[in-house]
Design a protein around this ligand. Sequence first.
Ligand SMILES: Nc1nc2c(ncn2[C@@H]2O[C@H](COP(=O)(O)OP(=O)(O)OP(=O)(O)O)[C@@H](O)[C@H]2O)c(=O)[nH]1
Length: 397
Amino acid sequence: MSAFYHSCRYFLLPVLFVAGALAAISFYQVNLQQWQQIIDQLPYWLLTAAIIIALQFNRSRLGYLALLLLGYYFYSTELASSAEQQLYWQQILLGGGLVISWFAFIKDRGVLSPHFFIRLIGITVCMAASFFWVWFNTEYQQQLDDYLPANGQINFRVLLPLYLCVSLVWILGLWRANLVHTSIFISLILWGAHFLAPELVALSISMTLLAALYILTVLSDSYFLAYRDELTGLASRRALFNLVLSLGRKYSVAMVDIDHFKKFNDTYGHDVGDQVLKLVASKIAAVRGGGKAFRYGGEEFTIIFSRKDVQSVLEHLEAVREAVEDYDIVLRDEQRKSQSKATRSKDQSRNQFKTVSVTISIGVAEHENGETFEQTMKRSDQALYKAKKKGRNQVCS
Ligand SMILES: Nc1nc2c(ncn2[C@@H]2O[C@H](COP(=O)(O)OP(=O)(O)OP(=O)(O)O)[C@@H](O)[C@H]2O)c(=O)[nH]1
């Protein structure tokens, strides 16, 4: 998966999705008014659900964020008068912004662990820092105005840390795109918008959206963990057996195995073996003819062709075999990281990149009437064994 595709899928897409939802809500705002009472209660229910689900699936950062948002929603709708909120809006905006941003940089940890106290201390420090920052800027406003350029007005100066946080979290989101991070980034934007442009989105709407986003993030992340192979990004064996339940009578199963992979691992090391597995997996995933690729386990892959007989899939499997055979894999030289820049450019000029290549063997079988999936798979395994015995790097049926 290219880095661009990755950041589109895990960062830009959710951001656009939330922006689209907000646009739709503001478009239908008039129609929603009759549901106002329910909408005002929704954040309580959904944020509570988000806390339970996030903690259940060990996504502690989203759990804590949902808890803090729930607390803030209760404070602003039930506890504080609007005069009190006006008085401390900068501190709360800045403190909340710092907390949300800090969450983007830490890891999910167990709730019942010493990390819980570290999170509490962190939240307290963020709030204290924001109170101090606002006090400092107000107290020394005159002196700061004298020394700083004209655009260093009080509001801009007070909120400067927030702007920096948004930029940092945004950059981190593009670089390390994942759904939890994107949810944190969106929380930061909606948090800022609530204070700086309150007319844009009602608090109940933004809280409801965030709670829904957290729940979706946790559930889809967990689905991904269960059904995707972490190393190659292919669907996992569990996903394969899920798909089997929906297969009709006509399908073909191909088993793919990298040739002499043990020797490869022994020669180049397990890390390089992992790199090669990833690259081979990307070639297998590109199979045409409606094939769906899975990592079966180790260096074995399975391709399922629904509604296809063996004769019609052979050319596509042959194309995959050729693609792997023709692929010169350039190895990342781990030593290069520790070399000086000068040595590295000398190495490059001597063209010292190491390239390797591997081959794969494939066995394929077609489902026959009365057979279970396991039996068809066993026959494709036997065909794979035949391919290995005949000298490897070929497709057998
Ligand atoms: N690097 C790496 N190696 C793996 C992984 N999973 C399995 N392997 C290795 O794959 C190798 C499989 O070797 P074998 O099943 O003996 O077969 P082979 O060497 O590929 O030989 P043939 O199948 O007979 O061509 C073992 O050395 C495993 O350690 C993995 O995730 N990463």
